[in-house]
Design a protein around this ligand. Structure first.
Ligand SMILES: CCC[C@@H](CC(=O)O)C(=O)C(=O)O
Ligand SMILES: [Zn+2]
Length: 331
């Protein structure tokens, strides 16, 4: 899968997965709307959606203009940056708390320190991943570039496809080889690649059974329990049957990641740092039309889990109660 010979297959990790290519269309192609309307991923090429950033956001420019205050940087001992929700480490639904140790931690770091550590990084050092909301704390030059994004286009898509409000634009500065393991978000996502290349592996919501998400009460809620580098096929046998899609995004590409679609995203190996800006939109109002869509079923399953955890007060009670409902009656 070598595209325009800007990278080669030695720069992507080899997972034993059944993957088809994500369609790549010119961003004004009417087929884009056909795919978005049915919650299908599509790679938009040739757009000006984040053009000012693609043109100007070198690491030097970002260091100069991102602002002097601290920025959120995740630190990991491995190449994986698995998100966790710290509020769920001790939550109402799980009063006893979960035994939880995360492989990553987040620190506040000045951009200059972050960039210095990137330059001095050597094999064996902790890896870093800057993930910062583009908000009022950034410098005026960045704000000006941001205002120059093609907002007319993205807002037209939001309205046409009934997405909710824009909730955030996050800036990601990753080291080569950094990986965000497989997870889904409850938001629509326009993923604008600014610098470098990222391999994006996506799975539709109907692959839920093959991807074994952590329970809803767990800090790793929405994240797959399967380690793609060393899958445990005993614990997660259906992972062997997972079917997905993939693409590699480069500067100027924008990938539409539909709400509830699983995605595993990694910066190419040996290609230097990458820069991305995403556009997260809340999900729009969805009426229950039958047959229900797969993402609606995921939302329903989440609500059942939350209700049971709330009323049973102990995650260990959920399995036995569901088994009592199911065995001999529904299965
Ligand atoms: C914290 C979010 C990271 C991002 C993936 C990546 O670029 O590493 C992602 O998952 C998303 O945009 O939804
Ligand atoms: Zn995500």
């Amino acid at each position: 899968m070598c595209e325009n010979n800007k990278w080669d297959s030695s720069q992507i990790r080899n997972y034993d997965l059944d993957l088809q290519p994500i369609p790549r269309l010119h961003y004004k192609d009417p087929k884009v709307d056909e795919l978005m309307k049915t919650n299908q991923p599509v790679l938009l090429s040739g757009s000006n959606i984040a053009k000012p950033a693609v043109d100007k956001w070198t690491l030097e420019y970002l260091e100069e203009n991102l602002g002097k205050c601290g920025h959120t940087v995740y630190v990991s001992k491995t190449h994986k940056f698995k998100y966790f929700n710290r509020e769920k480490i001790l939550s109402k639904a799980n009063p006893k708390g979960v035994e939880f140790t995360s492989e990553t931690k987040s620190v506040e770091m000045k951009v200059s320190d972050f960039m210095k550590k990137l330059k001095e990084w050597k094999q064996g050092d902790d890896r870093l991943y800057l993930q910062q909301s583009l908000n009022s704390s950034v410098g005026s030059a960045i704000v000006k570039d941001f205002m120059g994004f093609e907002w007319r286009y993205v807002t037209e898509k939001k309205i046409r496809h009934g997405w909710g409000e824009l909730s955030a634009n996050l800036l990601f500065i990753a080291m080569e080889g950094n990986c965000t393991p497989c997870h889904y978000d409850e938001q629509e996502n326009l993923f604008a690649q600014i610098k470098g290349f990222k391999r994006c592996i996506l799975f539709p919501p109907d692959q839920f059974e093959c991807l074994y998400p952590h329970p809803v009460y767990h800090p790793h809620d929405r994240q797959s329990m399967v380690d793609f580098d060393e899958p445990d096929y005993i614990k997660f046998p259906k992972f062997k049957n997972v079917k997905g899609f993939e693409t590699v995004v480069g500067p100027g590409d924008v990938l539409y990641i539909p709400i509830y679609w699983w995605h595993h995203i990694e910066s190419l190996l040996a290609d230097g740092p990458t820069v991305t800006v995403n556009f997260w939109y809340k999900g729009g109002p969805s009426c229950l039309e039958y047959p229900l869509k797969d993402d609606q079923k995921v939302s329903i399953m989440r609500n059942v889990e939350k209700m049971l955890l709330e009323v049973l007060q102990d995650p260990k009670e959920v399995g036995p109660l569901l088994r009592t409902i199911l065995l001999g009656r529904y299965v």
